[in-house]
Write a new protein. Sequence first.
Length: 200
Amino acid sequence: MSGTRRSPQQDRSRETVDRILVAAEHEIGERGVVGASTTRIAARAGLSVGALYRFFEDKAAIVDALASRYLEAVAPAYTEVVSEIASLSDLEAVLGELLSRAAALQEQHPGYYRLTEELAPDRGDSPAHAVREHLVDLFADALRGTGVQQPPGDLRRVVELCIETVRHTLAQRPPGHEDREASLREVELMLRSYLDARLR
């Protein structure tokens, strides 16, 4: 039996959803969650508000979709690097690459990073909470694989602090900021020292 093919209508719907989410990334990235509106997002996507509401019932649904979209991008990006970590020395070797990928993901998903400043990921009701938990699990599992003997709660705390340090630095030094690259280098030095002190 041949595989099921998507209809042209399904393809058009997917393209429309993608247009809405790309527009939302930029609108929320510029104005924040509170300042953005479905009217402006629709206009930016080249749609009527009514057309937007065919796919998303309100702004909250769009924000949730942005978080899901970010997770779809971030999971493989980090998993590829984390899979190379077999020892703490490996972690030190790939730390710069992890920071570079985080910076690139922020450039591609400005709306997600802006929403994390307004709806902190540590809040259970934040759309970013599931993303943060996934990343904590990913990195904590990788560190446990190196033989780190930290109690689970302590290890998660270490990972959470590292993730939040990077996220907040990127939010405060967005793309185009004159101090962005220098700040990321400083963060890399900080994390190297912190991880060495806490995990060895």
